[in-house]
Design a protein around this ligand. Structure first.
Ligand code: ATP
Length: 551
């Protein structure tokens, strides 16, 4: 398949914001692509070269890409930076520069999707001496044969910012449209495998029966089951009949997979963080059997016997160097609360059975790896749940989880089978779309952040509030730098940025407000923390804000 055909599809997708139109465009593409190429095309439509959970990374930053572009089009890096400022994006800037390029390569051949994909993939495996210049070499090889429109999308793919407004949900709709498969089965297959390329290929070739056969597999992360807020502990237990109540640890959720001798640790957004947490890796090797498994738990930092702030954890899991030193300074503990696979898939088993299996396979290492603290509660002993809540809060945890003992594990769904009850009022996870620099001594820091939620109907981001307080200077400095790297447009003290940074925000009240696109606003918003463990797909929606407003 020619890459220009793919570029035309990207352009069509980019030119509409309507979900249905995007679905049609993608369905047509999926119907026409050769089967062998379907997994690759699906990944590329998501703007990725590797699945999110893969350990592989392209490792190409904007500077390196600019040097490659500079070689191909024969202009200086400064001129490329100017073009980027004007166009607000590397893709459009490249397209413009490529259209001005006079010399064409002598033996220029049309680019194929296979060629572009293989070359981009190969970037991840360039290491060692002269890695940078070898990467530039690969980029030059691809880009020197690219037409302007192709350059727009190749450069964006390299930086993993495709910006054609295609999220996983639209791809799923397009797969069922193109194959005629049941949308619910497509969704289930996706939640279990997180490999939309494979789901697309199976749906097109084998339809519903093929999708039904797909199951989870150690080594490939599963979308986590999520919790709803309980109104009260008593009412939650009454609704569920019987419940496991567990301490709600405030850290990051991890899914740990063992396949053969390989252990992989994934975050909730399915990123592979194995290399950053060698202590957890060694711990699970000792605490769990040498069989294939998938278990789930929460990693927290404990300092002087008390759970430490969430930001410590981010420090640990984001770190790429100096891990051994940090490991001593910021020790981690893991509390396991579920098992999804052991000898066979267990997600269709009731929680009671999964918990039994979990307890039977874990050899606890106190303070390092334990099963979550749990009490089995029914109508007769609700007081034990209340006791657990008070005890958990006293120890510095967030609250408790209240789980239906008879429920299967339902990947990717925020349902009523798992509830949470916290001491502190509910917060919102919102994404930063802009910011304003401070004045005077703080003129170099972005002091105020414009936040957006997702409109459930259109999938677009809509603004909700400005937040200016809650962050210390060190964090403000770090955030300001990140914002500058994400900047799309600058006007006076104001900045618009690509939506990537997610903030968890507390507030006193939700109010109606014509000032923001969502129609709502927050009174006295305060940043609780930066949520690098969430992806833009996980942020709160306008309908959630609406229902919280009504409540
Ligand atoms: P929150 O911001 O309240 O943590 P969230 O959006 O991160 O919510 P939810 O699914 O709403 O995620 O809340 C459940 C989260 O609580 C889980 O994702 C997990 O990270 C964490 N957690 C802590 N302890 C437990 C436990 N014992 N069982 C299940 N989840 C737990």
């Amino acid at each position: 398949m020619l890459y220009i055909e793919l570029a035309e599809v990207y352009r069509k997708l980019e030119s509409t914001t309507k979900r249905l139109e995007k679905t049609d465009i993608l369905a047509e593409l999926f119907s026409s692509v050769e089967r062998d190429l379907l997994p690759v095309v699906t990944l590329l439509m998501l703007g990725r070269v590797f699945p999110i959970w893969s350990e592989e990374e392209l490792g190409v930053g904007i500077k390196l890409l600019m040097r490659a572009i500079s070689t191909v089009v024969g202009v200086s890096v400064d001129e490329i930076e100017d073009a980027m400022r004007e166009e607000g994006d590397i893709g459009l800037a490249s397209e413009k520069l490529f259209s001005k390029k006079t010399q064409t390569t002598f033996f220029s051949q049309p680019l194929t999707v296979e060629f572009v994909y293989d070359k981009l993939r190969s970037l991840a495996f360039v290491t060692g001496e002269r890695a940078q210049s070898r990467k530039i070499g690969i980029l030059v090889e691809v880009l020197s044969q690219a037409k302007p429109l192709e350059a727009r999308y190749i450069t964006r793919t390299v930086l993993e910012e495709l910006r054609v407004g295609v999220a996983e949900g639209i791809i799923r709709d397009a797969i069922s449209r193109a194959s005629g498969a049941d949308p619910a089965l497509v969704e289930r297959a996706h939640m279990l495998t997180n490999d939309l390329g494979m789901v697309a290929a199976v749906a097109m070739e084998e339809g519903n029966p093929g999708l039904e056969k797909l199951n989870l597999e150690p080594g490939r992360p599963v979308k986590p089951m999520l919790a709803q807020l309980a109104e009260s502990i008593e009412s939650a237990i009454e609704d569920l009949g019987r419940a496991f109540c567990e301490t709600k640890y405030d850290g990051i959720r991890v899914q740990i997979h063992r396949k053969g001798d390989e252990i992989s640790i994934f975050t909730r957004r399915l990123e592979n963080i194995t290399a950053a947490v060698p202590d957890i890796l060694e711990g699970v090797e000792r605490a769990l059997p040498d069989e294939d498994y998938i278990v789930e738990g929460e990693i927290i930092v404990t300092i002087e016997g008390r759970p430490a702030s969430f930001q410590y954890i981010l420090q640990r899991v984001r770190r790429k160097y100096d891990i051994e030193r940090l490991r001593r300074k910021v020790p981690l503990s893991l509390f396991l609360f579920d098992v999804l696979y052991y000898e066979r898939p267990l997600i269709d088993e009731p929680l009671r059975e999964r918990r039994r299996v979990l307890e039977s396979i874990i050899s606890e290492i106190p303070g390092e790896i334990e099963a979550s603290r749990m009490v089995d509660v029914g109508p007769d002993n609700v007081d034990e749940a209340l006791w657990l809540f008070r005890e958990s809060i006293r120890e510095g945890h967030e609250g408790i989880m209240i789980k239906d003992t008879e429920s299967p594990y339902i990947p990717g769904i925020r349902g009523k089978k798992m509830l949470k009850f916290k001491a502190e009022p509910e917060t919102l996870d919102l994404i930063v779309v802009g910011g304003t620099y401070g004045r005077g001594k703080r003129a170099h820091l972005i002091g105020s952040y414009l936040l957006a939620a997702r409109d459930d109907d259109t999938g677009e981001l809509v603004t909700v509030a400005h937040v200016a307080t809650g962050l210390d200077d060190e964090t403000l400095q770090e955030l300001s730098e990140r914002m500058e790297n994400l900047a799309i447009e600058r006007k006076g003290r104001k900045l618009s940025v690509r939506p990537e940074i997610i903030l968890e925000v507390a507030y006193s009240e939700i109010v109606r407000s014509p000032e923001y696109e969502s129609g709502y606003s927050l009174r006295f918003p305060v940043v609780k923390r930066i949520r690098d463990d969430l992806s833009p797909e996980d942020i709160d929606t306008v309908s959630r804000i609406e229902s919280m407003f009504r409540a």
